[in-house]
Design a protein around this ligand. Sequence first.
Ligand SMILES: [Zn+2]
Length: 151
Amino acid sequence: MPRIFAHLLSLLGASLATPWLAWQERKLLHEGSPLQKDLLTWAAKQGIQNPEKIRTLQTHPLPLPAPMFLRRWLDSRRLPCLHLAGLSIRHGIYLAPDLSDEEAIIQHELIHTRQYQEAGSLFSFLRRYLYQCLTEGYHHCQMEREARGEH
Ligand SMILES: [Zn+2]
């Protein structure tokens, strides 16, 4: 995709989705549970600020700010939008129920939490994330590689 289109689409997508992210983060902070002690320690070691603020909440299906037809289309374009195990919305993390590798999923999402903190705002994170997905692909982009512990 030409970079100018990726810039415009990520700007548009982040503008449209930021109010939704803010609303979902508030809901997660209100309804979620704090991290277990070992994950709090792990998060602090990763340089995540205020890990005691973070809340996780199990839900099914994981919400996204897009109608199902768009989620299916994005999923078919290799941006996972259907069978998500986790979703970080800065200090709130959605988790699918009954995960066999829940701790590893939370650790992955916590690295996205750190990326939100580094980006400085929900909007800046999402614009950067969408731009990388559009130009490098979801799987290969730097922010996903970092979350998987690859450098
Ligand atoms: Zn990820």
